[in-house]
Design a protein around this ligand. Sequence first.
Ligand code: 3H9
Length: 725
Amino acid sequence: MAQYARGSAVAVIRLRNPPVNALSLAVLQALEDGLKKADADPSVKAVMICGENGKFSAGADIRGFSSPKRHGLGLGPIVSLIESCQKPVVAAIEGVALGGGLEVALGCHYRIAHVKARMGLPEVTIGLLPGAEGTQRLPRLIGVPAALDMITTGKHIPATEALKLGLVDEIVEENTIEAAIRLANKVIGQPLGPRRLSLKPVPKLPNMEAFLQEAAVKVKKQARGCLAPELCFQAVRAATETPFAQGVRRERELFQVLLSSGQARALQYAFFAERAVHRWATPTGASWSSAAPQPVRRAAVIGLGTMGRGIVTSLVKANIPVVALEQDLEYLNKGRKAVMLLLEREAVKMEGGAQSLDFHNPARLQFTVDFDLLHDVDLVIEAVFENMALKKEIFHKLSKICKPGALLCTNTSALNIDEIASATSRPQQVIGTHFFSPAHVMRLLEIIYGRHTSPTAIATAMQLAKALKKVGVVVGNCFGFVGNRMMFPYVEQAVFLLEEGSRPEAVDRVVEDFGFKIGPFRMSDLAGLDVGWRSRQGQGLTGPSLPAGTAARQRQGQRYSPLPDLLCEHGRFGQKTARGWYRYERAGGRTATPDPWLHSFLAQYRDTHGIKTRFIDQEEILERCLFSLINEGFAILAEGIASGPEHLDVIYVNGYGWPKHTGGPMFYASIVGLPRVLAKLQKYSEAHPDVPRLRPNAFLKKLVAAGNPPLKDWMSYVSRQSPKL
Ligand code: 3H9
């Protein structure tokens, strides 16, 4: 609702819809009523609009877009009504003014903001555009380049930047509401014409056309198949070419196109999925609602390799004092230098610079080789390389040194948490925290509970994720957890496709055209082929421990491709050796070029193994890679490793570069339709009977048999799963 009140000459309209004052139908109605009342009351000389609870408004109610009535569409006319009011209207912006919230403020004649407020038009991030005339008013107020940047990226800007851009008239450090009322009183009687943005021309640029052309190319490139940024661009372009009213009509048309697109639905699903995973639960009944986190006042990180460095940086950025530990002085000094470099770079990007991070202060960041310094930390993150014996040795030591309540985290991408915990005297405090590289940049944190992990430990790890500004997703313990376990079949299919006739660049192109940031082969070159090679050697799949006489393309009766092993034997580790699935300009180079050597190597390989090269079309490439990954997702759900499909989707979108505008793998499967996914898996599985990961999972079959229920109902079928399936 919006509350109307009158004090002296200024009427106050307060947007009220906790927690973020979303502009629901009721709020819009009350806002409209309040405005009409104020306009009609001769004793009212000015109006002030603010929000309840220190927040202006986070915009239209996103849930309304998927309701059959499509609420929120009536906002544009209300913004016009504000602007045409005969009495000055002042917006008092506290907390956030986002989307429709900022559009309301743009309709006001004056805007005053608290110094800590943030503003933005984030509609693009949920697959829409600012549809309440924001694409037409903002460029008139702050110019085309700045408006285009805000609208096509959806970024939030701090009040200080808003002031520089001219988005707000004033910022205040104290009581914003009082300051806004003072301003409203001051401007009573002043002409409103110059304050009505719809009457202003769009500021000219000397080279508008050239600017727009360049911007169009940039937006398209960054959008990677996502529709909203391009349509946002077109709406702003309309502001530069047509009068206000016509621009508004164009904005509405484009808004409708986006609203009815599947992408908006997928992105809105992703928005709520990210919030849903905060409410974690485990099969034993532990959950977010009953578990309380422990405070983390001081942390330690063991191991300053690539992961450890990123984790230390992340903790320092979150203002958590850290002890960083290495095994000897040589590694410590190397690690310290690298961490300092990362922190300096981060400080440059941050408001307040190096001072705000204070990383030269030993009370905030201390480097050591002395384990005893960990005796009083609240949490330890072990980030040494993936070696079970080493990890167990460290955890054994930790359980002797650390104080009784300390949380012991292991950063691992696949190892068994229970086995690591068995090396300690307190397995209830051991938990997996799988960071993604670079750890100070990537948003995902997979949080893995073991058999004995306590609910407090899970709650504390989730709290840590929040403090680090990451999305924590709680999952169960299995080889590869959720993310990597689903990745194995995808990568396996990609390599099988090469055996059968495809090329790395063809597979990568199909996957990247689908919207992935990077295809499986470019990814493998980036990560280093030697990592997987070492792991396969450890598992006895290749290398000296492989029993003599093992068939080249079979392991334990299943199809196996030795291609990645052969590349490693040729010294092709990827970018680091300038050769992998592609060629690079130099060792460490980033520009992948298709490699004729590899093409003839593949041809020779097929000859050696009697494989007839065939043409593989894009559909087959995409389906075999994605559906095998999705199939594994159903196995994970059926086993209770994750508590819902949203968890898998949040992991894939935030940690594996899955295109957000398709919602994530499980949402994508629901859109493709489970019967189709099943039929295709059946077809590919029949063609490749020696590939178990193509065999449709029983849970998928069950959902299809149950009539393809909507994704939100899938989990209700898990417990009823028949053992026969
Ligand atoms: C729009 O305005 C279109 C217009 O152009 C008009 C067209 C005609 N609606 O994120 P949090 C919920 S489109 C409904 O956890 P934080 C959220 O789900 C809109 N619900 O807190 C959560 O619920 P729950 C453009 C919303 O402090 C709770 O509020 N605006 C909305 O970390 C708390 O949220 C946006 O895209 C909403 N608009 O972050 C802004 N917003 O507790 C989207 C939030 O049940 N919102 N909720 O899980 C945000 O970016 C963040 O929520 C915000 C707060 C920064 C505001």
